[in-house]
Design a protein around this ligand. Structure first.
Ligand code: JFZ
Length: 309
């Protein structure tokens, strides 16, 4: 009987947080707007790494309040938080020892975001998991890129130089990690995915591995945005979803779903046994868009009124 995953089976509702340097661009670079999800702007507008990395010098989220966000998540009835420790852009939101391209060493802000979430989650008894882009890394010369030529790359070198050591840091220096939310495995082989799983399990046997580790090695299924599987589905699953049409903050995306629609989806997903992992994309200042707070406040009210005693 697998008990380590029991909390996940019962969680129902979680908070996804997409936050990185892309929040500074907020969907626009040099007068050009992206027509896709904002955290993909580097890839989609072909911004060279030498240009994109300059953003770090502007990152100073003085309004960031980890405690405020975790308190809200709790109020909304959420049972876990998944934070983008490193998205495809390759920038680490913690004090990484193996890459200076991180929030402590490369920004005027100089403070560890992951640690602040860790401490806030501990204060409020909230589970914390880390999104980690294992294969796509648009900053490392040997990390995979999307729809670009990856043939000259030494993926193995990237794995050993950055991916494995960074996972080790996250799993040894930041307390109890509820899950690692791997994503877009791309060319990762079964052996390589297995190495990642082994690394996670060796360091934290109770840490759950997401479906997007790839190669069938995940411990639960992650569906596409808002896709709800038909019953019966064997095993645990989760629907990651946005409140508008982007994960990372986009100043021009005002296509917010209303609370009623979110509640409907939550009930539908939960009744089929899945978890709903709903996203917020903080602005570069750290401020969480008012619209998302407003929607989630309403959803939270419903959740609290319907929670069994
Ligand atoms: C991935 C990321 O590329 C994206 O930026 C975001 O972090 C999202 C949560 O995950 O995008 C995906 C990956 C897989 C699917 C959909 C979006 N899928 O399988 O449907």
């Amino acid at each position: 009987q697998d008990t380590k995953q029991q909390w996940f089976k019962e969680a129902k509702f979680g908070l996804f947080i997409h936050w990185g340097l892309y929040a500074l661009l907020a969907g626009e670079y040099n007068g050009k707007k992206t027509d896709r999800i904002a955290e993909w702007i580097m890839n989609d507008l072909d911004i060279p790494a030498e240009e994109y990395e300059k953003l770090a010098a502007q990152f100073n989220p003085v309004e960031f309040d980890a405690d405020g966000i975790v308190r809200k998540a709790k109020e909304w009835g959420m049972k876990y938080i998944v934070f983008t420790s490193k998205h495809h852009e390759g920038f680490a939101m913690w004090d990484s020892k193996c890459s200076d391209y991180n929030v402590v060493k490369a920004t005027p802000y100089g403070r560890d975001i992951v640690r602040q979430f860790r401490e806030a989650c501990d204060r409020h008894g909230m589970k914390l998991g880390f999104y980690y882009s294992q294969a796509q890394d648009w900053h490392d010369p040997d990390g995979y890129m999307h729809r670009k030529d990856n043939s000259g790359k030494n993926y193995r070198a990237y794995l050993e130089r950055k991916c494995f050591p960074q996972l080790r840091e996250l799993l040894t220096e930041y307390g109890e990690v509820a899950l690692i939310w791997f994503d877009t495995p791309m060319g990762t082989t079964r052996e390589e995915s297995q190495e990642m799983v082994d690394l996670v399990k060796r360091l934290q046997p109770n840490c759950i591995v997401s479906g997007r580790i790839g190669n069938g090695l995940g411990e639960y299924m992650t569906t596409g945005d808002n896709f709800i599987p038909r019953l019966p589905y064997e095993g645990d699953w989760e629907v990651p979803a946005t409140l508008n049409d982007t994960w990372g903050f986009n100043k021009d995306d005002h296509n917010w779903k209303d609370a009623e629609e979110i509640i409907h989806l939550l009930v539908k997903i939960n009744s089929r046994g899945g978890n709903y992992l709903l996203n917020i994309g903080p602005e570069a200042s750290g401020h969480v868009p008012e619209e998302s707070i407003k929607i989630l406040d309403e959803v939270g009210k419903y959740v609290n009124e319907n929670e069994e005693a």
